[in-house]
Design a protein around this ligand. Structure first.
Ligand SMILES: CC(C)(COP(=O)(O)OP(=O)(O)OC[C@H]1O[C@@H](n2cnc3c(N)ncnc32)[C@H](O)[C@@H]1OP(=O)(O)O)[C@@H](O)C(=O)NCCC(=O)NCCS
Length: 310
């Protein structure tokens, strides 16, 4: 397993450190966040410091709880945490999550939990369990979005904050989770004159023109700016094509799309482990994609990338 931190489209998932204490104490002290959780709000500073120190010292992948800190990519501080408890048999685990209210309802919990699940299943975990208060509909929806199957409803099972509460049980098996999925393949045609190609596909073949990237300016061009050498995306119906105008030798390129940076990393590990010639390991490109490049035996370039940040 790669060392933390790891990045997803919009997030960095990392180890906790002492600087997280104020943000951690703040969101865990929100009564709405604590509503269906085992702790009481507010969380005293000393308790937040103790917990963060405990999280920072824990070993990822070792039996017991490990808490992942979640922050927006590019900095900005802690927005939540994803907790995992690995069973002593190292084949099963439990999952929990919390996102600060200001950052809820944007898909961050889904993205962070997917990243953590990819890591867990990558270490040989066969089953992940989760449970939530039956009234915690946001949590149940999140688990179902992650592919968890409902496994039961335990009535009046937990004494929580002065009342007996019902629990929902969920489970996700390694075989349900699956590995990284390449969901699209976009040919990247090399062209002599990018402006002429874009005009031909748009005006003659009726394709829409998506983004256009200028190599010289290292930025996307606005709609009214003339096309410059670089790369452009066009599409029609279910099909997308890319065109690149570059100097020098022309090599066939294909874009293979996966849905998260964790999946790019997983393919990187899988393919380099089997001896594929990885020309460029994954990193965030200036245009926002997390991308690796490799060569097939004929020198064709495969660019494997996750979508840019939303
Ligand atoms: C449980 C919890 C983490 C869920 O957070 P969440 O923000 O609802 O989940 P996500 O971050 O995955 O966001 C998904 C929601 O954002 C919406 N959304 C908006 N933009 C989105 C985007 N770009 N991508 C994906 N979803 C997006 C989705 O439609 C979804 O809304 P829906 O649930 O109404 O369908 C959060 O409610 C929480 O921290 N609760 C308090 C702690 C807690 O109870 N933890 C669980 C203990 S069991």
């Amino acid at each position: 397993m790669d060392e933390l931190p790891v990045v997803t489209e919009r997030l960095t998932v990392r180890r906790f450190d002492a600087a997280d204490v104020p943000a951690f104490a703040a969101y865990r002290s929100d009564p709405a966040v604590a509503r269906y959780q085992s702790w009481d709000a507010p969380v005293p500073d000393a308790e937040a410091r103790r917990l963060v120190a405990e999280f920072a010292a824990a070993g990822e992948g070792a039996p017991g709880w490990f808490q992942y800190a979640v922050e927006l990519r590019g900095g900005g501080g802690l927005i939540g945490d994803v907790g995992v408890c690995v069973d002593p048999n190292r084949m099963q685990a439990e999952l929990g999550f919390t996102i600060a209210p200001a950052h809820q309802r944007r898909g961050y919990a889904t993205e962070a939990a997917r990243c953590v699940l990819d890591r867990l299943f990558g270490t040989g975990i066969r089953r992940v369990s989760a449970e939530c208060d039956a009234r915690n509909t946001a949590s149940a929806r999140l688990l179902e979005r992650l592919g968890f199957r409902p496994e039961g409803h335990r009535r009046r099972h937990t004494w929580l904050k002065g009342e007996w509460t019902d629990d929902l049980l969920f489970g996700l098996l390694a075989e349900d989770h699956g590995g990284p999925e390449i969901f699209a393949c976009r040919p990247n045609l090399l062209v002599r004159d990018l402006a002429a190609s874009v005009a031909f596909y748009a005006d003659v073949l009726g394709f829409w023109v998506g983004w256009r990237w200028s190599d010289r300016q290292a930025r996307f061009l606005a709609g009214d700016e003339p096309t410059e050498p670089g790369t452009a995306l066009v599409g029609r119906d279910q099909v997308q094509l890319m065109f690149t105008q570059v100097d020098g030798s022309h090599t066939t390129r294909l874009h293979l799309d996966v849905s998260s940076a964790a999946q790019v990393d997983e393919l990187f590990r899988e393919w380099s482990g089997r001896g594929a010639e990885i020309a460029e390991p994954p990193f965030v490109r200036p245009w926002g994609m997390y991308e690796m490049r490799l060569h097939d035996p004929d020198g064709n370039v495969l660019r494997v990338s996750s979508p840019p940040a939303h």
